[in-house]
Design a protein around this ligand. Structure first.
Ligand code: PLP
Length: 353
């Protein structure tokens, strides 16, 4: 078996669920599991996800995949439906589409079988949703229909300056709410940074998987434990004399004599190719070493300097003591992408099941 695998720690996930439930107070925690649970793999997380009250995904196809795995809880469809006939499936399966425009609202009003739905409000992110000024009319159109409530999403709740997020919350909070309707607003960042926005249901994704949405606070600072680790191994080592190049385009040239390791990790595994040589560090034993040269489809190069490590030495690409948030910053991206992009070629090992 090719030595590139992701470890998925169910004890860490269970721990995070408890932390988020405490943080949520009286609000219900909706587990956001879009993009196959941010690349962790819904199937691998099943023993813990089975205990969650509700899920959120981007679209009906993802919701059907949850049903195929035997999950029977309500599933919020954050982008709603893409055609009127999907509403029949939603009604039959217990999916709750968000309605974000007049087209979706009309489909819903004309649907024979109506699933529970949510009205999506654009409180300031300007991606999807009814403007606050349009909400009263949309609410009136849903009178007597099984709409659960109002939903919105924050653009800047992870930033040090919370003024935009606070303005979004104020716009959302000011909307008149029909009796019995619920409200949901908070993602991971808002759940921690904007307690007033917890409302009835909170929707953490990133934090559930033990990653911090904040640049200045680690997951450990938030009491969270990383669920995913990406593990590789040394496939070969070479001694390079100063001035010798390695990899495609000789993208790395040794500045001094030393050892270069080839590890199993490539863009065919979903690892980004567009990283600067030397910027990203991997952990081997107790030390970190730079990824150098160009990331290829199946392999990447690690400069070991004076250390001649044996073939087979384990390499931690990220996870646990080498947090994905740190590696993402080195790679010029965000932790969401490093986990979500992992391809099916990466094996999964479930820990603490
Ligand atoms: C992805 C998403 C979330 C979860 O966001 P995190 O930052 O991962 O917590 C919540 N709500 C909506 C509408 C989303 O699209």
């Amino acid at each position: 078996m090719r030595p590139l695998w992701k470890s998925v720690d169910l004890a860490a996930l269970r721990h995070n669920v408890r932390v988020l439930a405490t943080q949520a107070g009286a609000a219900q925690v909706v587990a956001v599991v879009k993009a196959d649970a941010y690349g962790h793999g819904v199937a691998a997380l099943l023993p813990v996800l089975r205990e969650m009250p509700c899920f959120a995904v981007a679209c009906m196809e993802e919701a059907l995949a949850l049903r195929a795995l035997g999950l029977t809880q309500p599933v919020l469809l954050l982008e709603g439906v893409f055609a009127a006939d999907e509403l029949d499936v939603c009604a039959a399966e217990g999916f709750e589409p968000w309605l974000h425009d007049g087209r979706q609202l009309a489909w819903y009003r004309h649907a024979v079988a109506k699933p529970a739905c949510w009205l999506k409000v654009d409180s300031g992110m300007h991606r999807l949703g009814f403007a606050p000024s349009e909400v009263p009319q949309a609410v009136a159109a849903l009178q007597g229909l099984p709409c659960r409530g109002l939903a919105t999403h924050f653009a800047c709740a992870d930033e040090a300056d919370l003024s935009h997020a606070e303005a979004q919350w104020c716009a959302f909070d000011a909307l008149p709410l029909p009796p019995g309707w619920l409200r949901t607003a908070a993602n991971s960042a808002a759940l921690f940074a904007l307690p007033q926005a917890r409302a009835d249901w909170v929707r953490p994704g990133l934090a559930l998987y033990g990653m911090s949405p904040f640049a200045d606070r680690t997951a450990a600072d938030l009491g969270l434990r990383p669920v995913l680790g990406l593990h590789s191994a040394v496939l070969a080592t070479h001694f390079l004399a100063r001035g010798e190049g390695a990899g495609y385009g000789c993208g790395f040239v040794a500045a001094e004599d030393g050892y270069l390791a080839t590890i199993a990790l490539g863009y065919g595994d979903g690892f980004p190719r567009a990283i600067a040589s030397g910027a990203v560090r991997v952990r081997i034993g107790a030390a970190t070493f730079p990824l150098v040269g160009r990331v290829a489809m199946d392999m990447a190069l690690v400069w070991l300097g004076r250390e001649a490590l044996p073939v087979g030495s384990p390499v931690l690409v990220f996870g646990d003591v080498h947090p994905v948030e740190v590696v993402a910053a080195q790679a010029g991206t965000i932790p969401y992408t490093l986990t979500t992009m992992l391809s099916p070629r990466v094996h999964t090992v479930v820990k603490n099941g």
